[in-house]
Design a protein around this ligand. Structure first.
Ligand SMILES: Cc1cc2nc3c(=O)[nH]c(=O)nc-3n(C[C@H](O)[C@H](O)[C@H](O)COP(=O)(O)OP(=O)(O)OC[C@H]3O[C@@H](n4cnc5c(N)ncnc54)[C@H](O)[C@@H]3O)c2cc1C
Length: 435
């Protein structure tokens, strides 16, 4: 079936694909976004805790998160078009509790270089700033049926506090805002539209074929299919030169009532990254608390082959483990006897760092491997891809001369080879969602 030609097809309308579409449409490209779901942000974006923090293990990771957070803080300006009700940035701050596997000595120099404000807290500061918190150091994280789980400890921990961290109150709405702004710049969105194949000729992508048998001829394709991204790469027969692979990982985030005193005056409490117990905590205005996991070694990881086959209901076992750990840290927290929360899927790269790059197939690009930590970066990821595509399509090899991206808010230079598909498999990353 013949189809209308477009410059670029973006596969996936999550927060990443919608951001890529906006930046390309802004630059005058004719963009068609296809998504098999019924609307923007219905994939893994919809389950996101949407925490915005700056702790990453590399200079590029820290600089990207710091640059991106200004996009959230000036969301209407970032979108540049009137798009109706907006997602909102809640600047509640984050306390990263001390842990030897991600020591201050690694990330504070990166904060200083990037100009990120922070406060170093002792355990006394921590107990004053987060009333009711238990400042015990319990490393390593344990299963809750381990006899040692409730063992007393003689040592305490402090934290590094970043006042500018926070969260976006509605991640799906954020993706919809980006899609609406892209549409206002001329992008077309086609929902309930599943990609079934990628056509090529003479080493270059030529069209995307759809489940209904139709095709969209195009010069450029961006794979932003989240946990389905490896499948899309397989359809395109790319990946032979990737040093980093990606796999879908099932995740649960528990929703409970915050203990009294966590957050004052109906405001969200400070976010807490607690690798010491293997959890993160994110408050909500009005008294809710989200409890997620940081992949402690004692818990089995739930790798999945098919993201569509993931059961959507939280399990009692994971809920109890996460909430009991949260109650170790916040002893006033009550543990409900019914599991409540969300289930989502991460697209985990081997080194928990995303891949924003071209591929060996000319015209085929990827924004994948977002590893449970790239919602926060969505405002700049679209710009990264636009810069990589522009340079590559103008004949400059991004592999040989990687794009050096300069953040418009921070002036920080970010070498995008940090997100290359061919990067060396280093050990700098935390091996967890913290990146
Ligand atoms: C439980 C959970 C908590 C998280 N918490 C945080 C956090 O606190 N902070 C943070 O920064 N990040 C967090 N993340 C990560 C962040 O949410 C993701 O990195 C981000 O949302 C990924 O967006 P995406 O657009 O790449 O993928 P998705 O939102 O999954 O979008 C991919 C889209 O591709 C479409 N698609 C797939 N296959 C096809 C096909 N064949 N044809 C057409 N369309 C297709 C899907 O329908 C989907 O809409 C979390 C993720 C999860 C799951």
């Amino acid at each position: 079936m013949p189809g209308k030609r477009t410059d670029v097809v973006v596969i996936g309308s999550g927060v990443i694909g919608a951001s890529v579409a906006l930046e390309l449409a802004r630059r005058g490209r004719q963009v068609t976004v296809v998504d098999k779901a019924g609307g923007a942000g219905h994939g893994s974006t919809s389950a996101s805790s949407a925490v915005v923090r700056f702790n990453f293990s590399t200079a590029a990771g820290v600089a990207t998160a710091w640059e991106a957070h200004f996009g959230w803080r000036s969301w209407a300006e970032h979108l540049g078009r009137e798009v109706g009700p907006l997602a909102r940035y809640v600047r509640c701050g984050m306390a990263m509790l001390d842990v030897d596997v991600a020591p201050r000595s690694v990330y504070l120099p990166l904060f200083r270089n990037a100009g990120i404000p922070f406060e170093e807290w002792t355990s006394v500061d921590l107990s004053e700033r987060i009333p009711g918190i238990d400042v015990g150091r319990y490393w390593p994280p344990k299963r809750i049926d381990d006899d040692e789980f409730w063992a007393e400890t003689g040592t305490t921990l402090g934290a590094v506090y970043t006042p500018d961290a926070g969260y976006v109150n509605d991640p799906q709405l954020a993706a919809q805002n980006l899609a609406a702004a892209a549409r206002a710049h001329g992008a077309e969105f086609r929902f309930h539209t599943s990609v079934r194949g990628i056509e090529r000729a003479h080493g270059r992508v030529t069209a995307v074929t759809l489940a209904d048998g139709s095709r969209i001829p195009c010069g450029v394709v961006v794979n932003a299919a989240g946990p389905w991204s490896t499948r899309i790469n397989e359809l395109a027969s790319v990946g032979s030169d990737f040093t980093v692979g990606c796999r879908p990982l099932r995740q649960e985030v528990a929703h409970v009532a915050a203990p009294v005193g966590f957050g004052a005056d109906n405001r969200a409490g400070i976010c807490v990254a607690d690798m010491d117990l293997g959890i993160y905590l994110r408050g909500e205005a009005g008294g809710g608390l989200l409890v997620g996991g940081t992949e402690p070694e004692c818990d089995p990881l739930q790798w999945v082959d098919d993201p569509d086959a993931v059961t959507a209901h939280p399990t009692t076992a994971v809920f109890e483990a996460q909430v009991t750990r949260a109650a170790r840290r916040l002893p006033a927290l009550e543990i409900p006897n019914r599991a409540r929360g969300v289930v989502g899927v991460y697209d985990v790269a081997d080194d928990w760092t995303p891949i924003y790059d071209r591929t060996e197939l000319n015209g085929f690009y990827v924004a994948m491997g977002t590893s449970g930590n790239q919602f926060k970066n969505a405002p700049v990821v679209g710009k990264f891809l636009a810069a990589i595509i522009e340079q590559t399509e103008n004949g400059v090899d991004h592999d040989e001369r990687p794009v050096r991206f300069v953040g418009e808010h921070t002036g920080l230079a970010i070498d995008l080879s940090a997100f290359s598909r061919k990067r060396p498999r280093g050990t700098a990353n935390s091996g967890t969602v913290l990146g």
